[in-house]
Design a protein. Structure first.
Length: 253
């Protein structure tokens, strides 16, 4: 859901810069970062950056998806450090890799960072898991929190596009495509998140230890350096939804 600037008006982009910037400033004030947590933030950010490079195909759709990673960051780092780390990931992708428009950066941070860290994690994952290393609860909490967060993000992409008025696609058609495809993507991400968390917690109940950081960095090398070469070339869920919505809009008109 890395939105491009063409979808966003200056007013909408500015509003979400303020919202994301305010949340970022609040998160920084709430953080009490120690050296070991700073290292874990760096390792987690690099790991999520690598995971986001690995697009997987969605069967029978002609679309693909990738891991957002917001819930995983929130579980490993807490909501404030998780949001800060996601903001840095998206900023680097935007500024250095042209992945997501500069005007839309505030929207992307809000959609991919705020919802998982402060809604999915705080209101769903924490309520289900309750800080216990329980396989069943981690599976349920991960899948539900990721799917809800991604659906909220997908809804806001359509809402931000509609409010901007830069696109001629019908918002109803856009939503009817965005929500189902991201529900499927969310299911895959939820499963992957649960697998990763179970692996980390089985290896080490204290996620602040060096072994967790080493595991994340190794995963970063594997996913970013090797597995990303096998990533799907199909359009991601947002690109696919835009193209399909345009086709339907033209058909209706």
């Amino acid at each position: 859901m890395h939105m491009e600037s063409t979808l966003i008006s200056t007013v909408v982009g500015s509003v979400f810069y303020v919202l994301s910037g305010g949340t970022l400033e609040y998160s920084v004030r709430k953080l009490k970062i120690k050296e070991n947590k700073l290292i874990l933030m760096g390792a987690s950010g690099a790991f999520i950056f690598a995971l986001q490079m690995l697009n997987f195909s969605i069967p029978y759709t002609g679309s693909s998806g990738h891991i957002g990673g917001g819930i995983l960051l929130a579980v490993l780092l807490g909501p404030y450090a998780g949001f800060l780390t996601m903001s840095l990931i998206l900023s680097v992708q935007c500024l250095f890799f042209n992945d997501g428009g500069l005007l839309a950066l505030g929207c992307n941070i809000f959609n991919l960072g705020f919802f998982p860290c402060f809604i999915g994690y705080e209101l769903i994952y924490k309520k289900i898991v309750k800080g216990k290393i329980d396989t069943k609860k981690i599976w349920i909490g991960s899948i539900l929190s990721v799917m809800v967060s991604l659906e909220l993000g997908a809804f806001f992409v359509a809402l931000e596009t509609f409010m901007s008025g830069n696109s001629e696609i019908l918002v109803k058609e856009f939503l009817m495509l965005m929500l189902p495809i991201h529900l499927a993507i969310g299911l895959v991400e939820g499963i992957v998140t649960a697998i990763i968390l179970r692996f980390i917690f089985i290896k080490n109940s204290d996620i602040m230890k060096k072994t967790t950081t080493a595991t994340l960095l190794l995963g970063c090398l594997l996913f970013g350096g090797i597995f990303s070469n096998f990533a799907s070339k199909l359009p991601d869920g947002l690109e696919w939804s835009i193209e399909k919505a345009k086709e339907k809009t033209i058909g209706i008109k």
